[in-house]
Design a protein around this ligand. Sequence first.
Ligand SMILES: Nc1ncnc2c1ncn2[C@@H]1O[C@H](COP(=O)(O)OP(=O)(O)OP(=O)(O)O)[C@@H](O)[C@H]1O
Length: 237
Amino acid sequence: MSTAAPAVALRGLRFAWPGTPRPCLEIDAFELAAGERVFLHGPSGSGKTTLLSLIGGVLDPDAGHVAVHGQELGALHAGARDRFRADHIGFVFQLFNLIPYLSARDNILLPCRFSRARRARIAAAGGDPAAEAARLAARLDLQAALLDHPAAELSVGQQQRVAAARALIGRPPLVIADEPTSALDADRQRGFLDLLLAECAQAGAALLFVSHDGRLAEHFDRVVALGELNRVAGEAA
Ligand SMILES: Nc1ncnc2c1ncn2[C@@H]1O[C@H](COP(=O)(O)OP(=O)(O)OP(=O)(O)O)[C@@H](O)[C@H]1O
């Protein structure tokens, strides 16, 4: 990994879902600079979540290259790719993907269990994972008592904030957020976005933020329409 490398670099990317007649994504080139905050938007079904899964190495492209912080994901075998993802990428998923029977606290701490790099970054900043989980939860307006509750007992908005704390803990250099504010009321949306931007700025992390809510776009360094990148979407438009 190189710190001078872009957070994300895509070249000649092509991906089709199995059994579908034409590609979902064809992207000649895209870069997200280290520390850059990009707002990505596009119509429903245009391939935003698919693109995030390719950048996260959860899906493999049919052709082309995906590099995260200079590391070509295709060069890593499955186990190494899982470790790389745990160390370097914080995800906030559209459907949160919390483990329902684990407490909110244990969900937030989960990446630290898998990633030595995240634990090391917390230690280097003079903290420990439990204190960092509590700090992030407080910043996200999650009451301390809620941290002992199983994730399944939390409201949708609370689950979303737990998912954000889980993504941010241990300061991954790339944060990927897929419609993270959709379940929050307007006040919490703004607070959530402020926290995400502040935490990413403090950690020097790049942020790739997908949303339908164009009102949030003004807070980002750059706004990208997937239709401008994706040749398939361009043809369909
Ligand atoms: N697991 C899957 N198997 C087959 N096709 C899929 C799968 N997931 C998504 N697709 C298809 O890929 C296309 C892009 O879907 P994707 O979820 O990436 O869009 P999106 O832009 O994130 O949409 P939304 O804004 O509604 O979340 C859609 O046509 C969808 O039907």
